[in-house]
Design a binder for this molecule. Structure first.
Ligand code: UDP
Length: 249
């Protein structure tokens, strides 16, 4: 089995991987026993994790850490271990869905506002009719309801779990329940179900091609200003902290 090379950016691990290699690695890991955890951090999460050792550890525990964001690609060049491309969570989720559909496997959609996961599942099945949807659950629940949700996911018999609770809630959910979950893989995907359901528009190709999806999302949701401002903070930190701290493992 191949090993993924892992670099660190601001001390936070990210896999030195492109989309094709990430998918090949997923296909190797998914049939193995246990949960293959896939996290898709962007520069905002990496910045948050850089001063949160517990979050850093949690990210490091994932089998695949996909670089979701142009900020990480620029930062990787700066630290001397260039990433070939960014791999967005929503695109990687779609590759996983295509794989599951081809292999007769099922998926459980967990997260987003009530009704969104069902609507997203419907739209996804229009594109991938062979996909088996084992169940859905919205992402607004009390902490004491969590064990019952894990039980529902397990009872559904799903092979794969898609968690859309926003970061780092979704990563924490996967991490906290990795031992009890019976699925073979799980991914944290942020707002992807909102896009699939049609509730949120994905950036037009121009923005995607030029790494400006963050700008489009900001224009759609100006309340995200605080989060958008983390991008320049992240880049400045990468530039000032330099290459010395970063490495390859
Ligand atoms: N969300 C959720 N439960 C929560 C908080 C958020 O299900 O307690 C959902 C929210 O409805 C949205 C998704 O998490 O569909 C991602 O939110 P956000 O856009 O903040 O995530 P990002 O993609 O930026 O990480």
């Amino acid at each position: 089995m191949t090993e993924n090379k892992r670099i660190t950016i601001l001390g936070v691990p990210v896999d030195l991987i492109d989309k094709e290699a990430a998918m090949a690695r997923f296909e190797e890991l998914f049939p193995q026993p246990g949960v293959t955890a896939v996290y898709t951090p962007n520069s905002e999460i990496v910045e948050n994790a850089s001063h949160d050792p517990a979050l850093k550890e949690l990210i490091n525990s994932a089998e695949l850490i996909i670089p979701d964001g142009i900020g990480l690609v620029y930062a990787s060049r700066f630290v001397g271990h260039p990433l070939k491309e960014r791999v967005t969570g929503i695109d990687f989720l779609e590759s996983i869905i295509a794989y599951l559909a081809d292999h007769g496997k099922s998926i459980y959609f967990f997260g987003s506002k009530p009704g969104v996961a069902e609507k997203a599942a419907e739209k996804i099945r229009e594109k991938y009719p062979a996909l088996r949807v084992a169940g859905t659950h919205d992402g607004y629940f009390k902490p004491e309801e969590e064990p019952a949700i894990v039980e529902q996911i397990n009872d559904s018999g799903a092979d794969f779990l898609c968690v859309a609770l926003g970061a780092p809630k979704q990563e924490k959910f996967i991490y906290d329940h990795k031992e009890e979950l019976k699925v073979h893989g799980a991914i944290g995907v942020g707002g992807s179900l909102d896009v699939w359901s049609g509730d949120l528009k994905r950036a037009p190709e121009f923005y995607q091609k030029h790494g400006l999806e963050w700008l489009y999302r900001f224009l759609q949701q100006p309340a995200r200003i605080g989060r958008v401002m983390k991008l320049p903070v992240f880049m400045l930190k990468v530039m000032f902290q330099g290459r010395s701290q970063e490495g390859l493992s």
